[in-house]
Design a protein around this ligand. Sequence first.
Ligand SMILES: Cc1cc2nc3c(=O)[nH]c(=O)nc-3n(C[C@H](O)[C@H](O)[C@H](O)COP(=O)(O)OP(=O)(O)OC[C@H]3O[C@@H](n4cnc5c(N)ncnc54)[C@H](O)[C@@H]3O)c2cc1C
Length: 302
Amino acid sequence: MRIESPKLIAALPEMGVELRPRVSLAEHTSLGIGGTTDLLRIHQHRHLPELIGLLRQEGIEHRFLGGGTNVLVMDGELPWVMLQLAAERNPPRLEGSVASVEAAADLGRTVTWCAKQDLGGLEGLIGVPGSVGGALRMNAGAYGTQIGPCVREVELYRAATGRLETLRGTDIRFDYRHTSFAPDDIMLAVKLELLPRPYAEILQGIRVCNEKRRASQPLSQKSAGCIFKNPPGASAGRMIDELGLKGHRAGDACVSERHANFFVNAGRATSAEMLALVADVRERVRAAHGVELENEVIVWKD
Ligand SMILES: Cc1cc2nc3c(=O)[nH]c(=O)nc-3n(C[C@H](O)[C@H](O)[C@H](O)COP(=O)(O)OP(=O)(O)OC[C@H]3O[C@@H](n4cnc5c(N)ncnc54)[C@H](O)[C@@H]3O)c2cc1C
């Protein structure tokens, strides 16, 4: 979608918003798939309510992009504009064992920054790519750690009220790759309650997680991490693997040879190819196990 409204274009600089026209989402997502649209980069959080209000007035749909590591975006001209927070402006701030972190911050760098302050509890999340905001939305987790239990407070733009608000961690539900945030809420910053621990101990935890990840995941290939959630008490990857589907393809979309729940873009995969592979594998697992796999990846197709 192109932003053509002169009123909106004129208002953007005053709201601290930078217009990046004709951005290819294939270049902004870890899958390397996605069509073209205008991207609005938000440099000043306080004007978000005004920006969203103006987009509504102009009848312009929007989607929010973090690091682009958990989304599968349709090809072609996208019918919405993308919003994205500009890179973090301030390093985290510490009050005792509570770190205040911007949602735009890189999750991995945040984990290592906290470790250097002798604060642990997040080490399982090392290697989860993307932003802190995306991790909050998804309740990112790995190796027994999830971000949710560390959340003490979230600053956000709340779609329900159209205002910037602060939510207490105890008022947010964090489930397995699901949270109680509304779809149009935009996370801006978070206070994370961490565990004081010696750096060497945290570093050891980080090393173990990094090694496990390197040994089991196709990290040099384009993917969005796990495509499906694990059904209760089972592993989606194991089910797919047991059906002999590693290497199974639809065009250039391919079930990873390394981890059967990672689907990789092995060349110039289109979103239609990736969606066809997702549907095909889901159907095979349903037929063999009677289990309907649920997407973990967020699909933006209309
Ligand atoms: C190699 C690889 C390994 C991975 N391993 C793991 C893993 O072990 N565990 C795990 O949980 N995930 C994993 N993932 C998936 C992904 O990295 C996480 O879900 C990550 O937290 C997504 O963050 P992001 O900033 O990239 O979000 P995006 O992909 O940009 O967005 C994901 C969703 O969050 C929303 N969103 C993003 N930022 C915000 C914000 N500030 N406010 C409101 N909504 C927002 C988007 O609108 C979208 O709905 C992996 C991905 C890859 C590529």
